[in-house]
Design a protein around this ligand. Structure first.
Ligand code: ADP
Ligand code: MG
Length: 411
């Protein structure tokens, strides 16, 4: 394909402007340089490799960890007229895909890391011109990250076999240590790191000690219009919260992995369509759900890390209108989470998990701006006060802060 990246952005994707750092990332790939793009969910990471794959000669090879993700991507590529296919155990027509690849008939080829690193796959692509190699969900390469996958470690060898091909690693969640790990593991120079804006200025953050959470949630609902998500720490609690909150005017339904699949899908569909429903859910809820007008997200217990908190609260206010995030915590939540890390997490990953939990404790504990703690975790340097969190709006007295800190430290 010929033309400038702006022309392709319009003609193929139908967008008038790049968003945030997209243009910077695209330009770097077009210049043939290796990069790591850290961009929040929904920021538009896919376009960062799809567009240059169309403009550079050859096929864009995309490493992706999940078949469902690949198939989603291929469906949306198809809709845009981009020629994309995957080679996975779930795909038929493998010979045909390989022939299309050899004939230069694919703009994008998706594979999982475990296939990408096999001898057979390396022989297949050895003679194929590659536009780029994209490594999606790149935090999986880091043992420090929250979702380490050993197969990602093996990718370096195929990257180095094609060292002339620009590589683009992409992730939504990577603290400083995970980032430097990704750069090192994938052979990307430090100046290839591009970090997008993580701030969600329309979300107002509130943190409160938990103290009869059913009553706290009811009070919240009384003051809060619109649809909302309440994250519960267990299936059981999701059920009970749904029951205690549900009213005729404002239904509340549960969502968790223990529900019959048809009930679960029905509850989700009802929520997505509704304007004022509440869904009381475990963390199973939210991935891939596109509801822009969620007005609040409440946590009836602490999430497992600051990154989980960011992701889950980030489901509020995607339409850019004012939205609220409420966290009801107890010192015992942190104690339980710490215990889980020490007993259930593999030893080499414990330190990372501890630090991500501690970052959340710092956010809960601070008498200062909560957003500052959140954004610093993602490598940004925000101004000292955001003006849109509970602490900025209602600065706590020193006594309260010390008390909260004392409780946390003794947990
Ligand atoms: P991510 O992988 O970062 O979570 P996606 O690549 O799935 O995000 O993109 C999220 C949504 O944003 C998609 O619906 C996509 O079409 C849209 N999008 C991407 N880039 C732009 C843009 N420049 N202008 C408008 N919408 C965009
Ligand atoms: Mg993505």
């Amino acid at each position: 394909m010929t033309g400038s990246s702006h022309e392709v952005l319009k003609s193929v994707f139908g967008f008038h402007d790049f968003r945030g750092v997209q243009e910077q990332v695209v330009d770097r790939v077009l210049a043939g340089r290796h990069s790591l793009a850290v961009m929040p969910t929904g920021a538009g990471k896919s376009l960062c490799y799809q567009l240059p794959a169309l403009l550079r000669q050859g096929t864009g090879l995309v490493i992706s960890p999940l078949i469902a993700l690949m198939h989603d991507q291929i469906r949306s590529a198809d809709a845009l007229g981009i020629r994309a296919a995957s080679l996975t155990s779930a795909d038929g027509g493998r010979a045909e895909t390989e022939n299309r690849l050899r004939a230069g008939g694919l703009d994008l080829l998706y594979v999982a890391p475990e296939r990408a690193t096999t001898g057979a796959f390396r022989r297949l692509i050895a003679e194929i011109p590659l536009a780029l190699i994209a490594i999606d969900e790149a935090h999986c390469v880091s043992e420090w990250g929250h979702d380490f996958r050993p197969d990602y470690r093996q990718l370096r060898s195929i990257l180095d076999e094609r060292s002339d091909v620009p590589r683009l690693a992409l992730t939504a969640t990577a603290d400083a240590r995970t980032r430097s790990d990704i750069l090192a593991q994938l052979g990307i120079p430090d100046d290839g790191l591009i970090v997008a804006g993580f701030d969600r200025p329309n979300i107002r953050y509130h943190v409160e000690p938990r103290n009869g959470v059913a009553a706290q949630l009811k009070a919240l609902l009384a003051s809060q219009e619109g649809a909302g998500i309440v994250y519960a720490p267990s299936r059981d609690k999701a059920e009970r919260i749904a029951e205690s909150l549900s009213t005729a005017r404002r239904p509340a339904l549960p969502y968790h992995a223990g529900l019959d699949p048809s009930v679960r899908a029905g509850n989700q569909a009802a929520f997505v369509q509704s304007e004022n429903m509440v869904i009381a859910a475990t963390v199973a809820f939210g991935m891939g759900i596109d509801k822009p007008d969620v007005r609040f997200v409440a946590h009836a217990g602490v999430p497992k890390s600051i990154e989980a908190y960011y992701q889950e609260t980030g489901r509020a206010g995607r339409d850019g209108e004012p939205a609220e995030a409420w966290l009801f915590w107890s010192a015992s939540d942190f104690a339980t989470a710490r215990k889980r890390i020490e007993t259930e997490v593999e030893p080499e990953r414990r330190q990372g998990e501890r630090e991500r939990l501690n970052a959340l404790a710092a956010l809960v504990e601070t008498p200062n701006c909560r957003r500052v703690i959140l954004l610093r975790h993602f490598g940004e340097s925000p101004p000292e006060r955001c003006g849109n969190c509970d602490n900025c709006l209602n600065p706590p007295t020193t006594v309260d802060a010390t008390e909260a800190a004392r409780k946390l430290l003794s947990a």
